[in-house]
Design a protein. Structure first.
Length: 222
């Protein structure tokens, strides 16, 4: 099955460029195009694409609000935020809104295609350390600064002590292999723990799990 992609950008030339790249792939197809957030949400609800390439700076409803609505209404659809800088508040806001990752607008075609394939397969397209740096950079924007660490989000109560420990290491930017070495467990065991953490938190990928860890103050910004 071809990966269906919805392209959202208010600049026609950029939409055309993305479309040309997609059209050249055997495993991808253009589901549709939108030039604003409102249209992106309408098309996502109607077309149910696998992946949305989402610009953030658009007139009317911006890409962040559109991402939030699409994540709520079309949970099976993954969103890739398109940003100018890898550590900016648009990328940060996009992750908090439910995006599975972000990509620089000047990314090479191969990087774009690889990101689309990864997101469609259920992976996140943000290196764990980049996610951590983003959240630490903009941590002052997170709510509930005075709550007891880990006490605000009831989802954390569902985690075992081991799963909580694994989530903390994920939020610190460690890969499965690095967590396995630190906790003296196998890679397969850590992968199982991570899968259970995602299921119990009700999030779609590691990026969203890291956001929960920071927002609940389970992990404190450095």
């Amino acid at each position: 099955m071809a990966i269906e992609v919805l392209v959202v950008d208010d600049q026609p030339l950029l939409r055309m460029a993305f479309t040309m790249v997609l059209d050249a792939q055997d495993d991808m197809t253009l589901a549709g195009e939108a030039d604003c957030g409102e249209e992106a949400v309408r098309l996502a609800e109607r077309l149910r694409p696998d992946v949305v390439l989402m610009d953030v700076r658009m007139p009317g409803m911006d890409g962040i609000e559109a991402t939030r609505l699409i994540s709520e209404r079309c949970p099976e659809t993954k969103v890739l935020i398109l940003t100018t800088f890898d550590l900016d508040e648009y990328a940060f806001a996009g992750l908090r809104a439910g995006a599975s990752g972000f990509l620089l607008k000047n990314a090479l075609p191969a990087e774009l295609l690889g990101a689309i394939r990864s997101v469609a397969a259920g992976d996140a397209v943000v290196a764990p350390r980049i996610t951590r740096r983003l959240l630490e950079t903009f941590a002052h924007r997170l709510p509930h600064h005075d709550v007891t660490p880990g006490a605000e989000d009831p989802r954390l109560a569902q985690l075992t002590e081991r799963e909580r420990g694994v989530l903390i290491e994920v939020a610190r930017g460690l890969s499965n292999a690095e967590i396995a070495a630190r906790l003296h467990l196998s890679d397969a065991t850590i992968k199982t723990h991570v899968s259970r953490v995602l299921a119990k938190l009700g999030v779609r990928d590691r990026v969203q799990a890291v956001v929960v860890a920071y927002e609940s103050r389970l992990v404190q910004p450095l």
